[in-house]
Write a protein that binds this ligand. Sequence first.
Ligand code: PMP
Length: 403
Amino acid sequence: QSVFSKVNKGAAIEVFALIRACAKDTSPSKADLSAGTYRTNEGKPWVLPVVRKTEIKITSDETINHEYLPVLGNDAFTKAATGLLLGDNSSAIADKRAFGIQTLSGTGALRIGAQFLRVILDRRVAYYSNPTWENHHKVFADAGFETLRSYRYWDQEKRTIDFEGLLADLDAAPEGAVIILHACAHNPTGCDPTQEQWKQIADLMERKKLFPFLDSAYQGFASGDPEKDAWAVRYFVERGFELFVAQSFAKNFGLYCERVGNLTVVQRNAASSEAVASQFTWLVRGMYSNPPAFGSRIVATVLNNPELRKEWMECIKTMSGRIIKMRKALFDRLTELQTPGTWDHIVSQIGMFSYTGLNEKQVRVLIDDFHVYLLKSGRINMCGLNENNVDYVAQAIHTAVTK
Ligand code: PMP
């Protein structure tokens, strides 16, 4: 008998199952609103022109070889990434209290950060928002967190943040608990705390001695301005928190498969840096030894060159601008159709996703009758919309809602 014969088949991962189902669907009017990737108005993936130009330069550079990177990654990249996040004039960087570790995209940053918290700092309790990116639970559970709880985040009725609930749940968290916060463009709701609300969250976390782990997967992609999107992170750092930030360059550079990420570590004193970095070195050594180079070279080259950086800023404006345009287009169509319910949240939410408020039954109708694919939570990727399909999708939503 095979040693594998008793292996049970695991559940399908919803988003990948939907992408596959949509790819197989032969309907000419199908629309994939499930995947979390940018699409052009033609419905195609987009290699940012500045990324294309830079990768060609890198691959034709005879001085570049394929030697291993250091365990904690490409220094030019981690410095640029940390600077982008905290601001190039950040006092935490100047004081050498902050440093970066190159990771396997945002997921890898979360995982290595969680592993450090669990193994080195003996943290056992983590909280994530309800709802959140569905992988937060698994990443922290796999890192050995024994108690994973959610804090209230979303008021389905009002389609806004349940701020009272959020504060109450964080207030009940035990001292030292790790709190995962979305730095901007909350996935899946597209609804971020206001600056006033962030201040209240920080007050509470300071009082309760909770550890902030910010997840920054969409810097620049949300508002079109990386400075603006980093506000919450920088605010926490200015307040003197010790924290981790997981950074992904999947969306804002369109480097999804290259797995380019950074874990920024901010400490109270520079004195602990060497010890902390050495423990990360051992954790990485045991997991994958050292990170891949190519994507980090692209990001480092672009961010460290003022001309290229400017071109990149134009690219993120293009992407965020198209999303905002599609929000307005969908909102206008639903309003014209007089689709029952309120749809203001479609334009007020930010980032790639919109939490439509559609229920599971309505989602089923969209998929089965209209070939419009979205998560059963009602989350849609605005980039899946374009000028050619927005009428069709709006009509489909209208029918699902009025059916
Ligand atoms: N956090 C959030 C909230 C995300 O939405 C994503 C991407 N879907 C990630 C982290 C990580 O993505 P990646 O590992 O591709 O950088």
